[in-house]
Design a protein around this ligand. Structure first.
Ligand SMILES: [Zn+2]
Length: 50
């Protein structure tokens, strides 16, 4: 795994349906969050999961 700039890590939000990155946020360590993007298919999946 690549280490980015020292002292700076990014948490990344990935769509768990299509795998595209939705958002990135500064965090204490590199973390991956899973969510759903705004794509109609992914929103449909999101509704099915509830
Ligand atoms: Zn998606």
């Amino acid at each position: 795994m690549n280490s980015t700039k020292k002292g700076l890590a990014m948490g990344i939000v990935i769509c768990s349906n299509c795998g595209s990155s939705i958002d990135a946020l500064p965090t204490q360590k590199v973390t991956t969050y899973y969510s759903y993007c705004n794509h109609p298919d992914c929103q449909k999946k999101k509704r099915q999961n509830r």
